[in-house]
Design a protein around this ligand. Sequence first.
Ligand code: NOJ
Length: 514
Amino acid sequence: MPEWLKDAVFYEIYPQSFYDSDGDGIGDLQGIIQKLDYVRSLGCNALWLNPVFDSPFLDGGYDVRDYRKIAERYGTDEDMKQLLERAHQMGMHVLLDLVPGHTSDQHPWFLESSKAEENEYSGRYIWTSHAFEGIAGHPYISGMKERAGAYMLNFFASQPALNYGWLNRTESWMSAVDSPEALATREAMKEVMRYWLEFGCDGFRVDMADSLVKNDDENKSATAAIWRDIRNMLDREYPEAALVSEWSNPVQAVNGGGFHMDFYLDHHHNGYNTLLRDYETEGGDHSFFLKEGRGDIMRFLNDWLPKYHAVRENGYISMFTCNHDTPRPARTLSEREMKLFYGFLLTMPGVPFFYYGDEIGMKYLDVRTKEGGYQRTGSRTPMQWDSSKNHGFSVSDNPYLPTDPAPSAPTVQDQLEKKDSLLHAVRDLTRIRHTYPRLQADGPFEVLHAMPHQFPFVYARGEMIIAVNPSGDTAEVPLECDAEAVYMIGECRIAGNRLRIPEQSFIILQNKAG
Ligand code: NOJ
């Protein structure tokens, strides 16, 4: 387990939307370099960069055309070298985005694979034997290529599925997981990883990590076995490199696949969803962090706690403010509600991730789709730095996407000036997390007070005690300890072995006896 993950607080950067250093309207690597001091000042000490590789950008870069080439619009190898060096000098680690399940249909492997004549890449993707033979239960395309056969899609139409084999082989064209062609795909992906690790990155966020083996069993054990093999390679060759999976099943990903951490994604009605994106519940939004107080922390705990206990010896569950696929928290949460949520996020076990702009409460915007974003585009608009043109993102007349046109659009500049801003709360909270090791990824966790449909929620991280009351009513709980407040949102009070926590408040205490 890489030691540095214990105290890591990540910042996810969607490169095209962060900072445009050369005025062409698109964010770039030099732009990220120029803003590293800002990211560090938030208390974030690790970055996840969404794909920065050569691509036709039909899915925001998740359609990779060349795994080893930086997309021209972002810069050069030299820029990436500088970014990594500068980040490392500042004590930061950088994860790149690995897309192992599919490539762009313009990737040279796929161009070769599409040829009628058999060649080295014929088995690199999943093809049926005949143009008139489809793939039951999976999306596929037929009739577009010289090669007779349908090819399977892993996501959009431009993203053919790489071939890691099938566990349950029902057709003759389905490769076995240990067939030469499936093993060749796996080895090719390992080479891509080695390439960037040698280059200087610190690991990978892995896209659709659970998607490799088709017709896998219900535990995804064949896909997990591939990742276990890859983890063994890392342990031998790059023991400090970290892997985080887009899987959202930590038992499979961490215990099975050997991932160091797994994202707790926003899936309808899972525990994470009930905290702040419970939009679709019958009778309205019952998110725990809404002031309406209709939430129920048990919906979160019943889902998260067993998973936490199941994986805690092996790795982490990563919660985030949002990501490039998910509506921003500010879509439904007020600034105060976000503060409380961030207080929770930064005092929970596991490795937390901030999505760029959430530290200032950037809005989810109603904008036209861009590069395969569709409804996700609203969370991908440019970072709002200040009140200048394009909110300081770019001097171009044609920015990648518009910024928030509202007069009240949050900016970094404004929030730096306001002492009680969301941005300052984030800075305070990350500083506290870095100061008290018990609050970090593998510190202990214990529920002290959690009742269905009641507030507050109180939990201990060793000698640290955290209480949060997102509701609009004052709450009180017994608290039998000699505790001192380390940080507060709202006027919380301890008197006579009771904690009084007013509406929409949060407190971190240190138990002096413990
Ligand atoms: C998940 C990524 O987060 C998303 O943005 C992308 O469209 C799909 N995987 C396909 O790669």
